[in-house]
Design a protein around this ligand. Structure first.
Ligand code: GLN
Length: 257
C-alpha cells in the first residue's frame, strides 16, 4: 500500500514538455523557452522531461503536459503545415481537451489558427485549434514589444519580447487577446491587441526568447500543466530578480524610444 501512494505522489510531481518541430520551427531564440520551462520546473522541485515531436506520427503525444511550438519563416511553415494536420491535429485537440497547455510563438501561433496566407498569396491551412486567421502584409513588423497582459493575477502585468513577422493576425469571437500593445505592432498593427488566449492555449508574436524575461508567464504555464495531473495547486516562489531586471530593462528601452 505505502509504495502505491508514493508512486502516485511521484506521478503528480512530473511534467513532460513536448517541442513541436524543434528542427524547423525555432527562430529568434525560441529554444530559450524550452530551456526556461525545463529549468524552472526543476527549480520548483518537479521532475521534467523533454520530448521532441518532429514530422510524422508520434506515440508520445498523450504524455505531453505542455507543448511548445516555435516560429519559422514561410519556407519552414510550408514544410510542416501538412504534417501538423495529418499527424498532430487530432492528438493536440484531445490533449488540450484534457487540460494540456500550448505555448505557440509567431509561425506556430499562426498555424494553430484557421490559416496563414503569405504575402504572395500561398495559403497554409492551420488546424483551427484557436479562432484566429492570418494574412501577411508587404511590410514586416520588427522590433521590441511591450504588452499589458489580460491574464488575471499575473504580476508583473507586462510581457516583453521581440517581434519579426509579416503576418497580420485577426481574432475571432472564441479567442481573447493575450494583452494590449503598449509598444510595437502585435497581432496586426491596427487593433492594438497582441497574441491570444483560448482555453489552455497561448499564442503570441513575442520572440526573444519570451520566457527568460517573463518568468511569470513560464510559471503560469507550468502551474496549469502540473495541476492537470492533480499536482500542487501552487508553485514554490523563486528568486526572479535577474529575470525581472532583464524584463524591466526591455521595458525601459522600449519606453525611452
Ligand atoms: N512566416 C511568418 C511571418 O512572417 C512567421 C514568422 C515568424 O515565425 N517569426 O509572419
Amino acid at each position: 500500500m505505502g509504495a502505491a501512494i508514493l508512486g502516485n505522489l511521484r506521478q503528480m510531481e512530473k511534467i513532460t514538455v513536448g517541442w513541436l518541430y524543434a528542427d524547423l520551427m525555432n527562430i529568434y531564440g525560441d529554444r530559450g523557452n524550452i530551456l526556461t520551462l525545463l529549468k524552472r520546473a526543476e527549480w520548483h522541485g518537479l521532475e521534467s522531461r523533454l520530448v521532441e515531436l518532429g514530422r510524422g506520427p508520434s506515440a508520445e503525444m498523450d504524455d505531453i503536459d505542455l507543448f511548445f511550438f516555435g516560429g519559422g519563416q514561410d519556407r519552414e511553415q510550408a514544410l510542416i503545415y501538412d504534417d501538423l494536420r495529418e499527424h498532430k491535429q487530432e492528438s493536440l485537440t484531445k490533449s488540450v481537451g484534457d487540460g494540456a497547455q500550448i505555448l505557440a510563438v509567431c509561425g506556430g501561433y499562426q498555424l494553430l489558427g484557421h490559416y496563414y496566407q503569405t504575402a504572395d498569396g500561398a495559403r497554409y491551412d492551420g488546424i483551427g485549434l484557436i479562432d484566429v486567421k492570418t494574412e501577411a502584409g508587404k511590410k514586416r513588423f520588427i522590433g521590441d514589444v511591450v504588452v499589458e497582459t489580460s491574464i488575471a493575477g499575473m504580476k508583473p502585468h507586462t510581457l516583453v519580447g521581440f517581434e519579426n513577422h509579416s503576418g497580420r493576425t485577426f481574432l475571432g469571437p472564441k479567442a481573447k487577446p493575450l494583452g494590449k500593445v503598449i509598444e510595437g505592432k502585435g497581432n496586426n498593427g491596427s487593433d492594438r491587441t497582441e497574441g491570444c488566449v483560448q482555453g489552455g492555449i497561448i499564442g503570441t508574436y513575442l520572440h526573444g526568447s519570451l520566457l527568460p524575461k517573463n518568468p511569470h508567464l513560464a510559471d503560469y504555464l507550468i502551474g496549469n500543466a502540473v495541476r492537470r495531473r492533480g499536482g500542487a495547486s501552487s508553485l514554490s516562489k523563486l528568486d526572479d530578480s535577474q529575470e525581472l531586471d532583464a524584463h524591466d530593462w526591455v521595458l525601459g528601452r522600449a519606453q525611452r524610444r
